[in-house]
Write a protein that binds this ligand. Sequence first.
Ligand code: NAP
Length: 486
Amino acid sequence: MRHTRIVVTHYGGPDALRVVEEECPEPGDGEVRVQVLDAGVSLPDLMMREGIHPETPRLPFTPGWDLVGVVDRLGRGVSGIEPGQMIAALPISGAYAQYVCLPQDELVPVPAGLDAAEAVSLVLNYVTAYQMLHHSAKVKPGQRVLIHGAAGGVGTALLQLGRLAGLEMYGTCSLRGASAVSGLGGIPIDYQQLDFVKEIQRLTRDGVDVVFEGIGGTHIWRSREVLRPGGTVVAYGLTSSLRGGRLASGRQGGRHRFRAIAIFGWYIAGSWLLPGRKRVIPYSIQWLKRLNPALFRQDLIALLGLLQQRKIVPLVAQLIPLAEARRAQELLGDGGVTGKIVLVCSGCPLLTPERYKNGTRRLTALDASDDAEPELHRKREPVMVLWMTRDNTNSGFVDYFGGGADGMDNRSLVGRTSNSDGRCTLASCHLPLDTAKDRRGATPVRSPIIASVIAVIRRQLSRIDGLRSSRARHRRGTRERSRLHD
Ligand SMILES: NC(=O)c1ccc[n+]([C@@H]2O[C@H](COP(=O)([O-])OP(=O)(O)OC[C@H]3O[C@@H](n4cnc5c(N)ncnc54)[C@H](OP(=O)(O)O)[C@@H]3O)[C@@H](O)[C@H]2O)c1
């Protein structure tokens, strides 16, 4: 069986990403082959492509820190896990692929019914946010925090979890992210127009208890300035090392794993010499996971539970097919992305972002079984649901309350993660908000080529129709004229 994966061929810009078709990997002893459903796209992926992240592998390598997939094949010595089980993992690299082999102890089970794109948003971004809030800063309800890059992947996770923790939150972001930040309970500060230090002093008078600092460099010291006495800066990122998705320094390629981290460490150590009762502490998800893998597992399971209860709802900025990984990284590098970009590795998203914006919303399993269903029952409205299976074997529209399509049970489509053989997983279900509009749009989903061929045939038919009727009119007119003449 063949599969697709993305390979970084040289350290540098998005052109370093190549789509490769090859034989599926076979699981070794103690390993599990996973069919990747969704992989996350994050700034650390871009930093690794540029060669400056401390985790950057040697060339060629497949990027992708985080994934959600389905157990496909077990290697020798693996037990306690079944094919078809949905799992999440943080392999740090390798997730931009349709199949990947991972050690069994890397896999965390994902409860049935969760949306893979939402679940994958938890693995890197929400675990980072959760651990910084509860293990590094140990926040308490009522505390005041500043979140830098608040509209980004980790930033929106910090806002959602900070709201649950009862925090008063301020968030730096560009103008484009301001509404998302306020929607998640933060007070936005436009970092491109305002000096955040002055703005925090103006808004709060005495500063904040914690700053979540993902920007790096001298920004760490400026963040320290807005702390109340006894406050903490949690330094965790190097966003400022990139500009427009490329190295801010303008240097060309190469694997420099320790350069950026040395500068990062220098600014943290330097801050310890500054006067005042204020702390600056580093955080790294990969190091905490290496030192305490049980904690990573426990925190991810807790977050999956919160997602199941809809206490957190990750913002999925865009679903992009795996083969377009380059476009996904370019989008993230260009900035202004709210939430998480997700690569769909198995199957492709039928619902385009445009369609998503124009009056449809994702219908997750929980929406279907808990919240949305009673509400729809009350309205007694038939609703079109666009569905597809992950392996593309089946797709179409079903009338949510009007019986299943192709003899299949709607309820088993909506939000169920696998079919009878356990390998064909539902990609997504979408519940149109505007039913009438979507009924019009509910023609079978066709490829653009077939659609344009059909459009041409229709145009020709209507022209032939038009010609026929004008000939008929002409014949009628001639008959009328000859009758009048007689
Ligand atoms: N230590 C860890 O374990 C760990 C784990 C995960 C991520 N990280 C780090 O966390 C950082 C964020 O990652 P991400 O995937 O969430 O990236 P992201 O989704 O691209 O978010 C970054 C955000 O920062 C904003 N931003 C850029 N420059 C800024 C500035 N000077 N002031 C305030 N905001 C600014 C961007 O806004 P605009 O685009 O609108 O300008 C964007 O919304 C990265 O540095 C990454 O390496 C660290």
